[in-house]
Ligand binder design. Structure first.
Ligand SMILES: [Zn+2]
Length: 267
């Protein structure tokens, strides 16, 4: 069990417990088609005010039985820990799900936008050396190991961590130059065969258009390549999203609520 059990509303935890009870399983199942799901604990916590009001009739020997309501005429306890069965995010089925999910989100964003750019940011030789030096120094400081002694996955991740702030700065410069803070993005980090990361992006114009010249000029760490996703051509969206499912290590970064309709995030 993790050190810290995430908290959810008490009513939700009872709902999950009831679902598990009806299905005859140990945990409420949310793992879809995952072939090696994981059980996670969630602690349902009730309102402190209601708990305080019910305090006088709480009896420590009396519990709440799922499906049967209260045992006796007493108030239920204020917490209820439940188990949920969730995706491993690593198996074939989970990677396929991740790809389908992000593809659907990207298509939604394309449809909401005036235009969409598809681009790749790569890092030139000088900046590569610099990033390797910084990542090496950090690895030595943090774990007493040189960058070259890390596994290829960890090495790519360490290098991507060094480069990520520059991608953020690049996006800020582009937004400023285009006078549009409404540019939305999907960013996928992928490793070259030598393990050095590069970035694939979808950039969605919601307000002012942005030019190819601006996109290229603001990336200072190497080469970039940009083309517009032709209207009605969503195949290129699938091309970016293909990388997402390439391995369990691939990282995805995106604008807030990327591709999520108001229903999905419940706002
Ligand atoms: Zn899985």
């Amino acid at each position: 069990m993790p050190k810290h059990t995430p908290q959810i509303p008490l009513a939700t935890s009872r709902e999950y417990a009831w679902q598990a009870h009806v299905n005859g399983t140990d945990a409420a199942e949310f793992h879809g088609d995952c072939t090696s799901p994981i059980d996670r604990a969630l602690r349902g916590v009730g309102s402190p005010l209601l708990a305080a009001l019910a305090q006088w009739k709480v009896d420590e020997d009396i519990d709440y039985a799922d499906g049967y309501g209260l045992i006796g005429e007493f108030a239920p306890p204020n917490t209820r820990t439940v188990f949920v069965r969730v995706r491993c995010r690593k198996c074939e089925a989970c990677l396929g799900y991740k790809r389908r999910l992000w593809t659907a989100r990207a298509i939604y964003e394309v449809r909401q936008s005036m235009r969409t750019w598809f681009g790749t940011l790569t890092v030139g030789p000088e900046r590569r050396l610099w990033a390797q030096m910084v990542a090496d120094k950090r690895a030595v400081m943090a774990r007493g190991e040189s960058l070259s002694s890390l596994s290829s996955v960890e090495r790519t991740r360490a290098l991507a961590a060094v480069l990520a702030p520059e991608v953020t700065r690049w996006l800020k410069r582009v937004r400023k130059a285009a006078r549009s803070d409404k540019l939305r993005y999907l960013l996928v980090t992928e490793a070259h065969s030598d393990g050095f990361p590069h970035f694939h992006l979808l950039l969605h114009e919601r307000g002012q258009p942005v030019s190819k010249r601006t996109l290229e000029a603001k990336w200072l760490y190497g080469f970039s390549n940009w083309r517009l996703v032709p209207a009605g051509e969503i195949r290129q969206v699938g091309y970016v999203c293909k990388y997402i499912a390439k391995s369990a290590q691939t990282r995805v970064r995106a604008s807030r609520h990327y591709g999520q309709s108001p229903i999905e995030y419940g706002q």
